[in-house]
Design a protein around this ligand. Structure first.
Ligand code: CUA
Length: 329
């Protein structure tokens, strides 16, 4: 009985808690950290307040009509009510809201700055390529780092199915559609850690297709990009066995670790894996234990992922690979 009461109370509190937690955090459009997201949040609040006002007006009219039931209307009074409350006021209100929404669009579609980032949706992760002005492209995956206060131009594509690229705290979502490249401009307005997600059902692990976004000062971004562009540091003696096992088991056929013999292009680039906060496209904390678990049981952790599970390898070999990946800063 006691249990049921507690559960019942928790159940009743859940929608409220959900509503409140939904307003903040690393993945909330209502806690904006970007120019575009601020416009979207402003539009949301304007629409919410306007619809609240309309709702109260309609309720007022309904209760007025209920109270007047049985009393006759004059022909003229009825016509006036229909014209004003039924046509003129709704048309004006909708026109104002439409004009307000349209007015935000040109600013959202303005061109981006010199930094371009190409993101390609894969099943189920994000291939990332930075195109710094005047520099060579820099390959990465599943973890974006962006400079605060700069408009960054994203080009978005996919080779397999439709995905949708969305960082709610920074801006609106944009679909990735096979055969075309869509563009999206994001301008972070404050530093911090945020989370992006795939917003289009794309397969069994659609809900496990996320990424991290770290917004930093421009100088820190330049330093990060220079580090990201460099090949992996020379392997530490203690990690040599891990690198050897990685190459011997064919991992390099799918993954690249620049500076080693691993040159694959099918899976995510792992050159600086250890500097990313998560593995498996935003789903597991980047720890040695989780890296080992991912290698051994990826089929259970990420259903339908193209990477095969390597659970048949000796545990010591998996641990060595996971440890070596942890040295790739
Ligand atoms: Cu990719 Cu859903």
């Amino acid at each position: 009985m006691e249990q049921r009461t507690v559960t019942g109370r928790a159940m009743r509190a859940m929608p409220l808690a959900g509503l409140l937690t939904g307003c903040g955090g690393v993945q909330s459009a209502l806690d904006p950290a970007g120019f575009e997201a601020e416009q979207v949040a402003r539009l949301f609040w304007a629409m919410l307040i306007a619809s609240g006002v309309i709702w109260v007006l309609v309720l007022g009219l309904a209760s007025y009509a209920a109270r007047r039931r049985g009393q006759p209307w004059s022909q003229q009074g009825a016509s006036r009510l229909i014209v004003w409350a039924g046509a003129v006021v709704p048309t004006l209100l909708l026109a104002v809201l439409l004009f307000y929404g349209l007015r935000l669009m040109p600013e959202l579609r303005a061109p981006g700055g010199p930094l371009r980032v190409h993101v390609e949706g894969e099943q189920f992760w994000w291939r990332v390529r930075y195109h710094p002005p005047g520099g060579a492209p820099v390959e990465s995956a599943n973890a974006l780092v962006l400079p605060v206060g700069q408009r960054v131009e994203f080009s978005l594509s996919t080779r397999d199915v439709i995905h949708s690229f969305w960082v709610p705290a920074l801006g609106g979502k944009m679909d990735m559609i096979p055969g075309r490249t869509n563009r999206l401009v994001l301008e972070p307005t404050r530093t911090g850690e945020f989370r992006g997600a795939c917003a289009e059902l794309c397969g069994a692990s659609h809900a496990l297709m996320a990424f991290t976004v770290r917004v930093v000062e421009p100088a820190e971004f330049e330093a990060w990009l220079a580090r990201e562009a460099a090949p992996a540091a020379a392997v530490e003696p203690a990690a040599q066995a891990g690198e050897a096992a990685f190459l011997a088991n064919g991992c390099g056929a799918c993954h690249s670790v620049r500076g080693t013999a691993a040159r694959g292009d099918i899976g995510p680039d792992l050159t600086h894996l250890a500097s990313r906060p998560t593995i498996g496209a935003g789903i597991l904390e980047n720890s040695a234990e989780n890296r080992a678990a991912f290698i051994a049981r990826v089929d259970q952790i990420k259903p339908s992922a193209r990477m095969p599970a390597y659970g048949t390898l000796p545990e010591t070999e998996i641990a060595a690979i996971a440890a070596w990946l942890g040295t790739l800063r």
